[in-house]
Design a protein around this ligand. Sequence first.
Ligand SMILES: [Mg+2]
Length: 245
Amino acid sequence: MLKTPAKPDPATTALFLDVDGTLLDFREHPGDVVADHSLIDMLGHSSKAMSGALCLISGRTLDDVDRVFAPARFPTAGAHGAEIRLPDGRRADPPEVPFPESTFKKLNAFVSANPGLGLEKKHGGASLHYRRAPQLEEPCKDQMLKMLAEVGDQFRLIAGKLVFEITPNSHDKGQAVATFMNVTPFEGRHPLYLGDDVTDEDAFRVVNEYGGVSVLVGESRSTEARYYLPSVAAVRTWLRSSFIA
Ligand SMILES: [Mg+2]
């Protein structure tokens, strides 16, 4: 049984936060998710307490993360680390692996033939959302496995929460954490990572290697994380008590 993390020291902590299912609850349509003022405010204050060592790490694209948190902009890793915006605003994206247009077209046709599905093009990958059609999980998985076989071994399939994603092997959330841990003001601090999804496991491993604190959010499951918080609400309460005086 994993424990609640101890109160961190803002002076020595670098905070990494997944977005959906960690800071914000899922909505039927991912495009409907918007951060409320109290959350944006709390993140701003927390970032200040850590001299700016606060980073958002999401499966969403960078543009979409900015939309969710507008008008605030944080150091961010989008699309599972395919897009990286450093604290000084510079981009440090890993080299792009192009997703074949012909495969994307086939996915588009599959989505058109199956109402309720959503398709999203990402930096070097594609996401198939079935949140509004959960009964289509199996056909979606079969389709994505077929597409994966087509695009080859530079890619992998991720089963997220009501979404299947094909994403390049060249990057993940763990590598994104490592990139930030090499730059000011993150460098030399202890990473603290909060996330709920399978894609956060790569980050948990890296954070553990740094001797940091890895926190699984939401439903309990087999995980690399060493600590646990049960819900988005619990995360927000814990962050507030940890970083806001
Ligand atoms: Mg998440």
